[in-house]
Design a protein around this ligand. Sequence first.
Ligand SMILES: [Zn+2]
Ligand SMILES: [Zn+2]
Length: 334
Amino acid sequence: MRAMQLDEVGAPLRPVERPLPRPGPGELLIAIAACAVCRTDLHVVDGDLHGPLPIIPGHEIVGRVVEVGEGENPFAVGQRVGVPWLGRACGRCRYCREGMENLCDAPLFTGFSRDGGFATHTVADARFCFAIPDVFEDVEAAPLLCAGLIGYRAYRMAGDAHRIGLYGFGAAAHLLAQVALWEGKEVHAFTRPGDASAQAFARSLGCQWAGTSGEAPPAELDAAIIFAPVGALVPEALRRVRKGGRVVCAGIHMSDIPAFPYADLWGERSILSVANLTRADGTAFFDIAARIPIRTTTTAFPLSEANEVLELVRRGQINGAAVLIPENPSLRSS
Ligand SMILES: [Zn+2]
Ligand SMILES: [Zn+2]
């Protein structure tokens, strides 16, 4: 198999060839058709998150099963599957037992603590993979596996808010805006200063308002979801939500949150974070995503350009989501 591997934090990913891995009991060997690039991959490469090295990043994988490990398995050879960030949860800790496997004490995360999808092949625990609805092509489906379903978890954490602000209009926001609009909500998109193209993109999807993150929206928000990794947006968003409103932090890493007056939190406003996903989130999200159906905006690149793509994600220069295509020889016949 071929892969782009992280050997050392801060170093560029290195193209490598490795022997094809074999699936263990309950696992799948998957030939990868597409893997989307997430800001979390950037946090792994930059060392904002510390995991074992070397590692193959990538946790928004769509591919086809080429080999099934021993034991019970919900998938068969040839079937299309998606592999998300939560690669495995222990099933035994108090969080797993209480239906909060997203908070598992001993998880494995795809592309972080087990090898991920910047590759031609990967091995995944079948119990944590998803069947992908037929309405989505491989490339369209890839961003749904993190931007979509962790974004959806964040969206549900916003409660029954009607007027929602999305801070950072990238891969996740462009998907969640479609869910919110489909459910009859009002969506206000906040972008980096001067990012006219992201603002135009947001309006083209039907967002009622788009502006810069320092700007006041035309009306008070019921909730805000912060997708950008910028801590200063927390007090900013807090000042834009009504009494009782929520500010949901959807990213895995954020710069420090600056101090702010207690008066901005007063009035039963709350700040919360979203961590990872449960399999139930994934099932619920794919169901609604197929019914809408969500349209993902993607730009595809060859796997070998992973380093260049990470740089574009860092600079916010991708409308929608970037997707790596490994040009897998074992998928050519299918
Ligand atoms: Zn657990
Ligand atoms: Zn992600």
